[in-house]
Write a protein that binds this ligand. Structure first.
Ligand code: GDP
Length: 547
């Protein structure tokens, strides 16, 4: 069997049963991430998605925010204390004969580098909007990352149970501000805050909801044909259908192969409405993922050719995480399977070093819970335990070599010197810094001048420093002192550039330990401008994703 083209008829994909081949299994996989501004409801939606698929018996089992108990998605203590997701978790569940892999991403902008790595491992993203707020700064930033990575985006307008904005206005904002053609597949009946249900655009039927008590279980759902909906919903129905007609006239329908192609190409976005907290519209979102989102496709290698899904095993390490749980003080590499069948115990090759890598301790990760995984297929995420040699961006393969492009590092904008607070802990400090560097928690820069004892930590956002300080203290018993530096800007340079800038005032050239790149740090853009004007031949290249 061949891999379904991303533009294949969704109905056809739906009927594909498992045949055990990597491509047959890949067709059943939907691997995606939810991206949103903090507080838009990402954790609530994650929980509702999992609840709907009946992996978790009661709402509240996924995360522990807002007084609900349980932890599956947000597991670090710091996350719970602060109520933000610092790291990413993976949830896998079955839905309608499909296997859904949901990768959680941190909502806070300071951890966008982690999100960026997660987006390298998914086939689609759900962009979650708060009905009252619409597009927010972090939504825009994350969307840019999706665009840069060619990740198709579905839009879910959340919190429709509360007063919010007009649906047409929200849809228009998506089009105007991010340039994605919105293609609503459901439309709300009743304004935000007085929400009765959703019209199914394709056939004009209505799903009417009775809100679940305290959002603790599923909202009851009733299906009405258009006539009955018109009779019972009166002006609200009229209004919804008028708005839909208006959308029809501007050509935003989602029932053609062209529309599907536009979604997969990243020029259009299916739009849905709902309320994650009451489980409204969540099943529809899952259906849309199954029917519309692309299954795993052959992944391009660094040399440009693609690794077919049925080729021998290959996978991309997109995240390395240590000490996810105090009872498991180890290091887990999260690998997105790109081709072939994974079987626990198989010996892979770590492409970066050419060394063999044994997978005896492969695990399925479910937030804090783990279970041994025996086999997995393209689109799935496998956690490899005690993977000390693996770094984000690394490729693992079996039988036939392949190298996937590495995941580029973000441009750091915050810089601090780290020093161990207690000199007797120097060894632990060094080890800890090395560990956090290889996990990609922060970028570590050094120079002969500064020496090993005082590396410069380079962050995309300042909260990363807090994570480093907390983890060095907790896991390595090496509390640190941080001294902020005045730099705000980094440029990639070369040996000649480093020489030329050696004596420049206010500028420093350091080596990034992870990849050996030389980074020139500037206090502000005017200083950089002055240098490029005076020495136009110097190599000073921008790094990706500057804020
Ligand atoms: P995150 O920061 O994006 O993960 O957001 P959370 O899932 O933690 O949600 C932020 C707040 O919004 C919490 O108080 C949720 O209970 C609330 N919330 C999430 N979804 C909904 C919804 O559909 N309706 C309402 N009214 N509140 C919601």
């Amino acid at each position: 069997m061949t891999v379904a083209s991303p533009h294949a008829d969704p109905g056809e994909r739906d009927t594909a049963g498992p045949d055990g081949s990597p491509s047959g299994e890949a067709r059943r996989r939907r691997t995606f991430a939810v991206i949103s501004h903090p507080d838009a409801g990402k954790s609530t939606l994650t929980e509702a998605l999992a609840l709907h698929a009946e992996v978790i018996s009661a709402a509240g089992a996924v995360h522990g925010k807002g007084g609900r108990k349980g932890v599956t998605s947000d597991w670090m203590d710091m996350e719970r204390e602060r109520g933000i997701s610092v790291t990413s978790a993976v949830l896998q569940f079955a839905y309608r004969d499909h296997v859904i892999n949901l990768l959680d991403t941190p909502g806070h902008g300071d951890f966008s580098e982690d999100t960026y790595r997660v987006l390298a491992a998914v086939d689609a993203a759900v962009m979650l909007l708060d009905a009252a707020r619409g597009l927010e700064p972090q939504t825009l930033k994350l969307f840019d990352v999706c665009r840069a990575r060619g990740v198709p985006v579905l839009t879910f307008v959340n919190k429709w149970d509360r007063p919010g904005r007009e649906p047409l206005e929200l849809v228009d904002e998506v089009e105007q501000r991010i340039g994605l053609r919105p293609m609503p597949i459901t439309w709300p009946v009743g304004i935000a805050g007085d929400f009765h249900g959703l019209v199914e655009r394709a056939d004009g039927t209505m799903r009417r909801f009775t809100r679940a008590a305290h959002g603790a279980s599923r909202a009851a759902e009733e299906r009405l044909d258009a006539d009955r909906a018109a009779a019972e919903e009166g002006v609200d129905w009229e209004r919804a259908t008028e708005e839909l007609e208006l959308l029809g006239e501007v050509g935003a329908a989602f029932d053609t192969p062209e529309a599907m192609a536009a979604f997969h190409d990243g020029t259009a976005t299916p739009v849905m409405f709902g309320a994650a907290l009451s489980n409204i519209g969540v099943a529809r979102l899952l259906d849309a993922l199954v029917e519309l989102a692309p299954p795993p496709a052959p992944r391009p290698s660094a040399t440009g050719d693609e690794r077919p899904i049925d080729a021998p095993f290959s996978g991309l390490v997109f995240k390395v995480q240590a000490s996810m749980d105090k009872s498991h003080r180890d290091r887990v590499a999260f690998v997105r399977i790109c081709s072939g069948r994974f079987e626990r115990g198989m010996v892979l090759t770590h492409d970066a070093t050419g060394r063999p890598f044994a997978t005896k301790y492969a695990q399925a990760m479910f937030g804090r819970d783990r279970s041994t995984i025996e086999e997995a297929f393209p689109g799935d995420i496998v956690g490899l335990v005690n993977a000390t040699a693996l770094r984000p961006g690394d490729t693992l393969w079996s039988e036939k070599p392949v190298t996937f492009p590495t995941i580029p590092s973000f441009a750091p904008e915050h810089f601090s010197v780290a020093r161990v607070a207690d000199a007797s802990k120097t060894k632990q400090f060094r080890k800890g810094i090395e560990q956090l560097d290889s996990e990609g928690v922060i970028q570590v820069l050094s120079s002969d001048l500064r020496g090993d004892q005082a590396p410069v930590l380079a962050a995309v956002g300042p909260l990363q420093f807090e994570v480093v300080a907390a983890r060095l203290a907790d896991e390595f018993s090496a509390p640190i002192k941080l001294e902020r530096l005045d730099y705000t800007l980094a440029r990639r340079t070369d040996a000649a550039g480093a020489d030329a800038l050696r004596s420049a005032i206010g500028i420093e050239v350091l080596t990034r330990r992870a990849d050996g790149e030389l980074l020139a740090l500037f206090p502000h853009k005017w200083r950089l401008q002055a240098v490029t004007q005076n020495q136009p031949d110097l190599t000073l290249e921008p790094l990706i994703a500057e804020g």
